[in-house]
Design a protein around this ligand. Structure first.
Ligand code: ATP
Ligand code: MG
Length: 152
């Protein structure tokens, strides 16, 4: 019997991940440019919305970073103007979006990544993306109800 290609056994997992387009990118009118990269990468936007985070929402979202020295500054930045939150769906969406985003610090990010292209510094780094399935679930639910998501 002919052996199947090695990849045939690897189950592709359809995932959802939360993206945030941060305030400095929205202020620069570059929402569409970011979403164009997302779509070109093959991820599907299944929900998206603009909102102005208040301090409590930003602190709650970044709760894991509460003890970090940059926490207050990060909260201040994330509440400085509107953000665009989106749910992205696709095979391996979490890792694929992290790869598209690049390293946290735009200076360290690979060429062609969102943070290299649109980021300014380690705090003003253009975008957020969930880092694991459990955080993705929590973060999607932080902004969207199940009825807001349109799988396609
Ligand atoms: P994100 O969670 O936003 O996708 P990340 O997982 O690459 O980014 P984290 O370590 O989770 O990075 O940090 C969360 C956010 O806090 C970063 O995206 C950045 O805006 C800010 N941040 C991280 N490190 C620093 C730092 N040293 N100084 C200032 N801000 C920072
Ligand atoms: Mg993170």
């Amino acid at each position: 019997m002919r052996a199947l290609p090695a990849t045939a056994n690897i189950a592709r997992v359809v995932e959802r991940t939360l993206s945030i387009i941060k305030p400095e990118v929205v202020a620069r009118n570059q929402i569409g440019a970011i979403l164009q990269h997302v779509e070109q990468t093959g991820l599907r936007i299944v929900a998206t919305r603009m909102l102005q985070l208040d301090r409590r929402q930003a602190e709650g979202f970044y709760d894991v970073h509460r003890e970090r020295p940059f926490f207050q500054s990060l909260v201040q930045f994330m509440t400085s103007g509107p953000v665009v939150v989106s749910v992205l769906e696709g095979d391996d969406a979490i890792a694929r979006y992290r790869k598209l985003m690049g390293a946290t610090d735009p200076e360290q990010a690979d060429a062609g990544t969102l943070r290299k292209l649109f980021g300014t510094n380690v705090e003003h780094n253009a975008v957020h993306g969930s880092d694991a399935p459990d955080t993705a679930r929590t973060e999607v639910a932080y902004f969207f109800g199940e009825a807001d998501l349109v799988p396609r």
